[in-house]
Design a protein around this ligand. Structure first.
Ligand SMILES: Nc1ncnc2c1ncn2[C@@H]1O[C@H](COP(=O)(O)OP(=O)(O)OP(=O)(O)O)[C@@H](O)[C@H]1O
Length: 260
């Protein structure tokens, strides 16, 4: 059953089992949630609870064993064919022999489609959006970890995807850089009106970034809680010091604790 396309992503009773020679793992069991178009969902949970698997199901990289997944009212396969989403991983995965600009341009060549859709930002404009104006000609080894991750975000935004899937993109960065990119990502999200699904292990990151936070429990991976974050759209990092934020973080930690 397909949901109305006002939802960017709708999962209903999604179960994923991986069968290997040694064992069967239920990575996800009856997971249901919706994200509205233009929403920002943080996915939080202990290691192995199926966060990456859930992103991969939405991206059509893993087929659910049962359940329904709709991406803008389409099957994940259709959404992938229409290039409706971009993916950002923990490792920026840039080609070392290409400049920042050439790395952002890469999907145009790999995808065999040289022209960008009308009105979508150019690779140069995307580098500017992620704060890398002036670094177009630099090679990955000349950039910091945070800058490389910015390049990979710009690359994922090429072609104006309606959905950005981010799998712990800032997990390997130092705290100061991570904080800065958290603020930048909220700005980029607001400027591009992209829907974002963001995987993290950090309660603070999940809560600061998300409009919704889905906590998953492990063994089997299942929904522990869904929280709608009641904080201003324009927020800076100091919001993390407010009593409301601290109380909400504490609730998320409780949900995480119950799901171990
Ligand atoms: N391709 C696969 N084949 C077999 N088992 C898999 C496969 N992919 C994931 N799993 C198993 O599914 C479970 C969920 O894995 P997943 O990577 O989605 O968890 P995660 O929450 O993203 O973990 P982490 O936070 O450590 O990255 C794990 O038990 C993992 O071993």
């Amino acid at each position: 059953m397909m949901r109305a396309p006002s939802h960017a992503v709708a999962c209903q009773n999604v179960t994923v089992r991986f069968v290997t020679d040694r064992r069967t793992v239920t990575a996800l069991e009856n997971v249901s949630f919706d994200v509205a178009a233009g929403g920002f969902l943080s996915l939080l949970g202990p290691s192995g609870c199926g966060k990456s698997t859930l992103l991969r199901v939405v991206a059509d990289l893993v087929q659910p064993s049962s359940g329904d997944v709709s991406v803008f009212g389409m099957s994940p396969e259709e959404a992938r064919r229409q290039r409706n989403f971009g993916f950002v991983f923990q490792d920026a995965a840039l080609l070392p022999w290409r400049t920042a600009l050439e790395n952002v341009e890469l999907p145009l060549e790999v995808g065999g489609r040289r022209a960008l859709p009308a009105n979508s930002p150019t690779p140069r404009e995307l580098l500017k959006l992620v704060g890398l104006e002036g670094w177009e000609g630099s090679f990955p080894h000349e950039l910091s970890g945070g800058m490389r991750q910015r390049v990979s975000i710009a690359r994922a935004l090429l072609g104006g995807p309606k959905l950005l899937l981010m799998d712990e993109p800032f997990g390997a960065l130092d705290e100061i850089t991570r904080d800065r990119l958290n603020e930048e990502l909220r700005r980029i999200w607001q400027e591009t009106a992209t829907t974002i699904l963001f995987v993290t292990h950090s309660v603070y990151e999940a809560l600061y970034l998300g409009e919704q936070v889905l906590v998953l429990a492990a063994n089997p991976g299942r929904v522990a809680s869904m929280t709608h974050v009641d904080m201003p759209r324009d927020r800076d990092l100091r919001i993390r010091e407010t009593p409301e934020f601290v109380a909400a973080a504490s609730k998320l930690r409780d949900a995480l604790g119950r799901g171990q």
